[in-house]
Design a protein around this ligand. Structure first.
Ligand SMILES: Nc1ncnc2c1ncn2[C@@H]1O[C@H](COP(=O)(O)OP(=O)(O)O)[C@@H](O)[C@H]1O
Ligand SMILES: [Mg+2]
Length: 299
């Protein structure tokens, strides 16, 4: 699939990325790009190569992985950077959040201190007081109640949804340009998931953040993504605007993701609030969106 990076000015441009383990490719010739402030949703069933792609971007693949192609961030090929330079990008200009908020947090360190360390690592000239107020501001930004009081609390004293908010606060504390979110709501129950998705979308707009949003669930992706890319078995099958993927999916696999659940419970039909009115113009599109919701409800 042609890369549209030559036409615009992408923040991230992945070109012909191939990742193999022991000679066996698990990502094939992948090309994708994200413009500043844009959200690209990457969707595909388990094992399709989504996490390997995100780890390749971040330079976090094990050394045995064979990586070809290029990953340009703001014009710089990340695959060619020395590890110490890459570490300066990671967490500062490119931040990440993953599925399991508990394993990503240190269980024996107060959460405020963990965010403080993330800030100090990348902004060593800040005073203690400046760091502390940056931590409080980041916790306020993710709507964690009483951040001053809870600064010294440990991860187990928070709910799963609150822990994911804390990780989002940590990820955004250094004002990155790009956030990579790999299944950020998969471990959460449906109500909390919806709140965290809304928070991510709000923050993304507030900070003009570009985002690579990864999920196995097309309905979740539809809540946040401007563009959607569909992967399977390491191949990019199609990409397009959110509306195009939902209204006129070209690839049969995308259609099967939309139609994965055969029956509809009509009393659960609810439009996706973030989609434009024309998305509901035809009965056909209604059904497609609702199927997406059903898929999420069952997954
Ligand atoms: N470190 C590794 N060594 C060997 N194979 C791996 C490794 N990491 C991932 N894979 C394989 O790569 C494929 C894609 O994995 P992954 O990117 O985690 O899928 P997804 O995130 O889409 O569920 C899978 O077949 C997985 O088994
Ligand atoms: Mg994964």
């Amino acid at each position: 699939m042609p890369n549209d990076s030559s036409l615009r000015n992408p923040l991230l441009a992945i070109d012909s990325l191939t990742v193999a383990f022991r000679g066996k490719p698990v990502v094939h010739e992948l090309s994708l790009s994200i413009e500043p402030g844009q959200v690209l949703g990457l969707v595909g069933e388990s094992g399709s190569g989504k996490s390997v792609t995100s780890l390749a971007i971040l330079g976090l693949l094990e050394s045995a992985a064979e990586v070809r192609g290029s990953v340009r961030f703001d014009g710089e090929n990340l695959l060619r950077l020395r590890p110490e330079v890459m570490r300066r990008y990671r967490g500062r200009r490119i931040a990440m959040i993953f599925q399991e908020p508990m394993t990503a947090l240190n269980p024996v360190m107060p959460v405020g201190r963990q965010i403080a360390e993330a800030i100090e690592t990348h902004q060593p000239t800040l005073t203690r007081r400046q760091v502390r107020s940056a931590v409080i501001a980041s916790l306020e930004a993710v709507a964690l109640p009483e951040p001053e009081k809870r600064y010294g609390d440990y991860p187990h004293q928070f709910s799963g949804g609150q822990r994911q908010r804390i990780l989002i606060a940590m990820a955004l504390a250094n004002r990155p340009q790009l956030l990579i979110a790999d299944e950020p709501t998969t471990a959460l129950d449906v109500t909390v998931q919806a709140q965290v998705l809304k928070l991510l979308r709000d923050l993304q707009q507030q900070f003009g953040l570009a985002m690579l949003f990864i999920s196995h669930d097309l309905a979740v992706v539809a809540e946040v993504a401007d563009r959607v890319a569909v992967m399977r078995h390491g191949w990019l099958l199609e990409q397009g605007s959110r509306e195009q993927i939902f209204h006129t999916p070209r690839h049969p696999y995308t259609r099967s993701l939309l139609g994965a659940v055969p029956t509809l419970a009509t009393n659960r039909m609810q439009p996706l609030s973030t989609l434009p009115p024309e998305a509901y113009a035809t009965p056909g599109s209604w059904t497609e969106y609702d199927i997406g919701h059903q898929v999420r409800a069952l997954s």
